[in-house]
Design a protein around this ligand. Structure first.
Ligand code: CA
Length: 232
């Protein structure tokens, strides 16, 4: 189920969007400020963001820039002024699409569908984590694979999702609970030890592919795990 992040500070507009997107069976997260949106995206990744341009704490443009620094997330802008449109779709901002207020929520749903279809179909839907190191992991979202440099790792679904969370946020420490929440559909059914066991098998697969690569998944004692690219 695609996960949509809505950032809109006008409750009436947000409610209408939430209603129509939920009826299309999207998983919807709604926040009112840029700061909350960044916090959400740090905790879990979203498949698309719908951003109001006039937010209380920053512009939707600035928020888009900061979200994209974390990950190449598709963005649909809600704009109140037609003169903003050129900027929205221009190179500087690089929005995927926009709708002008007032809009019909059905129209937004149709745009969301089209953007997600495009994002799923493009062969360049590879999230490249930028850094200068020689050894790194990349997520090929369309193929649902993790690449160690150019080699695809043979991972289970849980290993893939857990590794994706870590790789999308280099050097950020995730607790076992956070990993459980993001990589398991039914976190209640498993324990902290499950995360440890999957980290162990993930490291073994990294090591088998390239000796030393297992060190990219670091244990932060008492805190959890993090991913850092390596220079060998
Ligand atoms: Ca607003």
């Amino acid at each position: 189920m695609p996960r949509i992040l809505i950032v809109e500070d006008e409750p009436a507009i947000a409610d209408a969007l939430i209603y129509v997107l939920k009826s299309e069976l999207y998983d919807v997260v709604h926040v009112m400020t840029g700061a909350e949106a960044l916090k959400q995206e740090r905790q879990t990744t979203h498949d698309l963001a719908i951003l109001d341009i006039g937010l209380p704490d920053m512009t939707g443009f600035e928020l888009c820039r900061q979200l994209r620094e974390m990950r190449g997330i598709p963005v649909l802008f809600l704009t109140a002024r037609s003169e903003e449109i050129d900027r929205v779709l221009g190179l500087e901002i690089g929005g995927d699409d926009y709708v002008t207020k007032p809009f019909s929520p059905r129209e937004v749903a149709a745009r969301v569908k089209a953007i997600l279809r495009r994002a799923g179909n493009t062969s360049h839907a590879v999230t490249t984590v930028s850094h200068d190191s020689e050894l790194s992991l990349k997520i090929d979202e369309s193929a649902k694979r993790i690449m160690l440099n150019e080699i695809a790792l043979d991972l289970t679904a849980h290993e893939f999702r857990m590794a994706s969370v870590l790789i999308s946020h280099p050097r950020q420490v995730f607790s076992r609970d956070q990993l459980l929440e993001n990589a398991w559909h039914d976190p209640g059914a498993v324990t902290d030890r499950t995360v440890d066991a999957h980290v162990k098998t993930l490291r073994a697969k990294l090591k088998a592919t390239q000796s030393g690569a297992e060190e990219m998944i670091e244990t932060r004692r008492g805190l959890g795990y993090s991913y850092s690219p390596l220079t060998l």
